[in-house]
Design a protein around this ligand. Structure first.
Ligand code: ATP
Ligand code: MG
Length: 591
């Protein structure tokens, strides 16, 4: 304990020192790590450091996380959350939560609530109230009117097909819309009538007047307002015109006093438009957009739209299915906030797109649970063992450490009785060479208990093994057996006192490393792994597990890390999700 306290205080000191020093040194000590580790600044930290030194925003750092509430957050969003909230924490600034809610048909308050919950669960708290882009619809409307008045926006009445023809291609410039030179009065009149609901969806759009010959397609008179007769989850039926994302985002940033508007690389080409709008509108603050590479993970998809397809097609049981790469899914699977934050820290922040191995995410949770999950025994595929020379009514209450290294976690009581269960995989009638577990005539140690020898195999009329008759060596509790070596140690539970549980094993959701990649004529849904869930409903757990609570984590000895499912478990009927194996099984897949 003493040593631990000392370590904690050293880490705290290092943290405080780092806080004071890092801006000058350009290095910092990661706050996640218990050991001191020096990590160079990534490019966004460097930009912020330079801006602070130049007093660019009066010494302020204000970021935001801007999800669209059209689905549940996924592991990619976790990277963005850790980055935006992390930078604010690190540089003594603020981070807003703003829902980018400009697509009323696709959005829902269910998603708003889940997103708030996921952010809090990850351990972050947004600054002040939750913001909605829809809070600014009045102001955005006014900005649009300002652009019209300045001759910098016009109502275009081309049909979508005509507009496409006018747009040009990557190699050819676009053509001006015949409506481009409409007079300000006419534009204003039409815009007001659009707002008043006089036109059907698609009849007109408001476009910024920039440059149809720009090599950047985003600058070819982009649409900034369109008609949508749709009810909005925040503003109800107040509006039937909605601003486009590009017209909303930067202005919302400006209105909230955001300094560094961090987004993923696909918005790099939108930056000139972001800057054009900020420069051409009378906004209270001029934020800067900075792009970084999104997180892509192999064997899964990170797109809300695609994840929604999995939910809508009942491929999974919901957004929080433990196989989903959503924050709520991996949480239910057994991931902890600290493991996700450590993972995001480990993958770093760069400008080059790549694919991260799923094994890295798994190793983050394995590291956390190895240190923090109590140990327990649970037999997944039970085989009864009758210990013929142990009295039928006797019980011995053995005390086993909850954690091999952390004594402070205490002990649990494991009863030893005449009948126990072992796992079917731990017995072989015809063992392969070097098989260290139980064989006929062979010996094995029951973890934390006695050495037993298998004397007889009991089979049913079909030849299936139904039980083993074994004898125990009473001299081997906590002692090596006399005159011989017993190498194998297996887990077990008392047949009389065990608790019946269900255990769910998971495999990757897709059979293809990059399911959403470029596969001619194939959809990502074609690569669903049909065997991604195995339900074992006759597992036998040691009695201490009867006290397990929702979301509690355990290492089931020799099996892996497991977590009590938060949805399917009831008080006397626990369901455990396998979070991750003891070793990297992904390495095996790639062989
Ligand atoms: P999706 O395609 O899954 O819907 P999105 O980018 O449309 O993703 P938003 O709700 O708009 O989702 O994203 C909120 C924030 O999270 C944005 O700043 C976005 O850039 C960031 N983000 C989304 N996906 C990733 C990812 N895979 N890696 C890092 N950041 C991401
Ligand atoms: Mg989006």
């Amino acid at each position: 304990m003493g040593l631990q306290c000392l370590l904690v205080s050293i880490t705290v000191c290092v943290g405080v020192l780092a806080q004071a020093e890092r801006i000058n040194l350009g290095i910092y000590f990661t706050s996640m790590s218990t050991e001191e580790s020096i990590k160079p600044f990534h490019f966004i930290q460097n930009i912020i450091k330079a801006d602070l030194e130049a007093n660019k925003y009066g010494g302020r750092v204000h970021t935001r996380f801007p999800p669209e509430p059209n689905g549940y957050l996924h592991i990619g969003h976790a990277k963005s959350i850790c980055l935006n909230f992390g930078l604010a924490e690190e540089f003594g600034g603020h981070c807003n939560l703003r829902f980018d809610d400009t697509n009323p048909e696709k959005e829902d308050t269910e998603y708003v609530e889940s997103i708030k919950e996921d952010i809090r669960w990850l351990g972050f708290q947004w600054h002040g109230e939750v913001h909605y882009a829809s809070d600014y619809f009045d102001q955005l409307y006014q900005y649009a009117v300002d652009l019209i008045n300045a001759g910098k926006a016009y109502i275009c009445s081309l049909t979508p097909e005509e507009a496409r023809e006018h747009r040009g291609t990557l190699t050819e410039p676009g053509k001006n819309s015949p409506y481009r030179e409409r007079l300000v009065e006419e534009n204003l009149d039409l815009f007001i009538r659009m707002r008043n609901g006089e036109f059907p969806d698609g009849a007109h759009v408001l476009r910024a007047k920039i440059d149809m010959a720009s090599p950047n397609m985003n600058m070819r008179d982009p649409i900034i307002y369109r008609i949508r007769h749709a009810e909005h989850h925040q503003t109800g039926n107040k509006w039937c015109i909605y601003p486009m994302y590009d017209f909303t985002h930067g202005q919302s940033d400006a209105l909230e006093g955001i300094t560094h508007s961090i987004c993923t690389l696909e918005f790099e080409d939108h930056r000139p438009l972001y800057d054009w709008l900020i420069a051409n509108l009378d906004v209270p603050n001029k934020p800067q957009q900075i792009e970084f590479a999104r997180l892509n993970l192999n064997y899964t998809v990170t797109s809300k739209r695609k994840l929604k397809q999995l939910v809508d097609n009942d491929i999974v049981s919901g957004w929080d299915d433990p196989r989903m790469p959503t924050i709520s899914g991996i949480r239910r699977r057994g991931y902890t906030p600290v493991s996700i934050r450590n993972f995001c820290d480990a993958i770093g922040v760069t400008k080059s797109n790549g694919v991260v191995d799923y094994g890295m995410l798994e190793s983050a949770i394995r590291d956390d649970l190895d240190q923090n999950a109590p140990r327990a025994m649970c037999v997944l595929n039970p085989l009864k063992v009758i210990i013929t020379n142990y009295p039928a009514e006797e019980v011995e209450y053995l005390e086993l450490a909850r954690h091999p290294k952390t004594e402070a976690m205490g002990k649990r009581v494991v009863p030893f009785t005449h009948e126990v269960y072992i796992d079917k995989a731990d017995f072989e009638e015809s063992p392969p060479p070097k098989f260290k577990r139980l064989t006929v005539g062979g010996e094995v140690r029951l973890r934390g208990s006695y050495v037993i020898r298998c004397d007889e195999v009991i089979k049913d009329s079909d030849g299936e093994i139904i039980a083993l008759h074994c004898s125990y060596d009473a001299e081997t509790l906590g002692k090596k057996p006399e005159g011989r070596k017993v190498k194998g140690v297996i887990h077990w539970v008392s047949a009389k006192y065990c608790v019946n549980t269900e255990v769910r094993l998971y495999d990757r959701l897709f059979t293809e490393e990059n399911p959403a990649g470029n596969h001619p004529d194939r959809d990502f849904m074609d690569f669903i792994n049909p065997d991604s869930l195995i339900i074992l409903d006759d597992c036998k757990a040691e009695p201490s597990l009867a006290q397990a609570t929702i979301e509690q984590h355990f290492q089931f000895e020799r099996e892996g890390y497991f977590t009590v499912d938060s949805k399917l478990s009831c008080k006397d009927d626990l369901v455990f999700n396998k979070t991750v194996g003891l070793r990297d099984s992904w390495a095996k897949i790639k062989e």
